[in-house]
Ligand binder design. Structure first.
Ligand code: GAL
Length: 439
């Protein structure tokens, strides 16, 4: 009997210390980014939001991404789109599944389809949150090349799936010439990847081929400009050309205005941001889950012309010895402008683990600007204080900065913007609240 009591006491002590350990693990408070490492959420579980994007709302960041499961099959959408929230960008709370796959085999988003690169934007006019994502119908590989849209009244969801489609059916791109409209629309008698074929692609072969059916849409992102106009940017034309399409005022459909950029340039994984009136893109080449060199581009208008810049990556990721030639082992997905930080932009990349999809990692790195160009330097670890490297003396113009800030954010994010104030780091400097307003 005595032995039993001792055993029970030992077991109780052991279990208490074990649960204390688990709680400690849960309670780890992060104060920095460690690119490429396991990133635990508030439950001590690796964050599951791949190919993701962020939305900042009422002092909180929301991270939406692909919920992956284990193994190779985990690349398919078995669960849906996962949402996390954070007030500091380091520590993330699991908000659950924002858009769930459907059990109905007739639904476009039936379990086992492909849902990739979900992004959420807020529509000030309708007060709705709108999610778009790359969708491949179940059992058809990557051939259907569609985009899907879902909507919610609540930022964390649940989002209701509206429809999937191929954008811009029966509509020509704005930068298509009359001659291009009348060119050949079939690849017949052409050998793929030969110079004549590439030339035909650049001249719009696939745009004409898909004119009636709608343009292909695979890797995608969204962007809301300061005038509230929203854009859907996606890899089209067999991933050979990027399309930038304007959305309707409610952000739930396409309004028929679109343009082709870098025809035949083979770009995907687009991530866009705006700084000081200029638009920037980070993209990758097309090599599936395998990393390749990142590209970047700049334009004065989102409609172009876009000018190629260099591969922005600098340094080497010691975890895999990969540098700019393989984007540190990652692929771009989003660029976050950090409110309250001068020139504070974070580039987000995915390190895919296609054989065990759930183990994919995240690389978040700060951008560094020189004039109109930017770099993405590798950091083993870093925190938001890095953006203090860029402060300018802005005493005296702080009021106009403040107005600029409020104006911009209220346009972009709605009425809660007034809650945001600039951050003063010390008496001499202020961290100007929105990149691009500090001069
Ligand atoms: C990549 C793309 C990913 C995923 C993958 C599938 O090129 O960026 O989002 O679609 O291909 O192989």
């Amino acid at each position: 009997m005595k032995t039993h009591i001792y055993l029970m006491i030992i077991l109780m002590v052991l279990s208490q210390s074990l649960s204390a350990q688990i709680d400690m693990k849960k309670a780890i408070v992060r104060d920095r980014f460690i690119p490429g490492e396991i990133w635990l959420d508030n439950n001590g579980i690796h964050i599951n939001a791949h190919g993701g994007g962020l939305l900042f709302y009422k002092d909180t960041y929301y991270w939406f991404g692909e919920h992956k499961t284990t193994g190779r099959a985990g690349n398919r959408a078995n669960v849906g789109v996962h949402c996390y929230s954070s007030v500091d960008l380091y520590n993330w709370k699991d908000e659950g599944i924002a858009l769930a796959v459907s059990e109905n085999i007739n639904s476009d988003i039936t379990k086992g389809c492909v849902i990739e690169r979900p992004k959420v934007i807020y529509n000030r006019k309708t007060g709705k949150y709108v999610m778009w994502f790359h969708l491949e119908l179940k059992g058809q590989g990557y051939n259907t090349a569609r985009t899907g849209v879902a909507v919610s009244d609540k930022i964390t969801g649940p989002y209701f799936f509206l429809r999937s489609l191929r954008p811009n059916a029966n509509t020509w791109p704005e930068n298509f010439t009359e001659e291009q409209k009348n060119g050949p629309n079939s690849e017949e008698k052409m050998t793929p990847w030969t110079e004549p074929w590439l030339k035909a692609v650049r001249e719009g072969l696939f745009v004409r081929r898909d004119f009636n059916r709608g343009q292909m849409s695979r890797d995608m992102t969204l962007y809301v400009d300061e005038d509230d106009k929203a854009y859907h940017i996606h890899a089209s034309e067999e991933n050979l050309t990027l399309h930038i399409s304007q959305l309707s005022d409610d952000y739930l459909s396409f309004n028929g205005r679109y343009t082709r950029i870098f025809p035949g340039g083979h770009n995907e994984a687009p991530a866009i941001f705006k700084r000081k009136g200029k638009y920037y893109l980070i993209t990758s080449g097309c090599s599936g889950w395998n990393p390749n060199p990142a590209r970047s581009a700049v334009a004065d208008s989102i409609w172009g012309p876009w000018k190629s810049l260099q591969n922005p990556c600098v340094g080497v990721n010691p975890q895999n010895n990969l540098g700019l030639e393989k984007t540190f082992g990652g692929q771009s997905t989003f660029v976050l402008p950090v409110p309250g930080k001068s020139d504070g932009f974070i580039a987000m990349f995915d390190m895919w683990r296609p054989n065990n999809a759930i183990d994919g990692r995240y690389i978040w790195l700060p951008l560094e600007f020189t004039d109109d160009e930017f770099k993405v330097p590798w950091h083993d670890e870093w925190d938001l204080s890095i953006f203090k490297k860029f402060p300018r003396r802005c005493q005296g113009i702080i009021q106009s900065n403040l107005r600029g800030f409020r104006f911009r954010w209220s346009l972009q994010l709605g009425d809660f913007a007034t809650a945001m104030m600039p951050t003063f780091d010390d008496s001499d400097y202020c961290t100007c609240p929105f990149a691009g307003t500090d001069d």
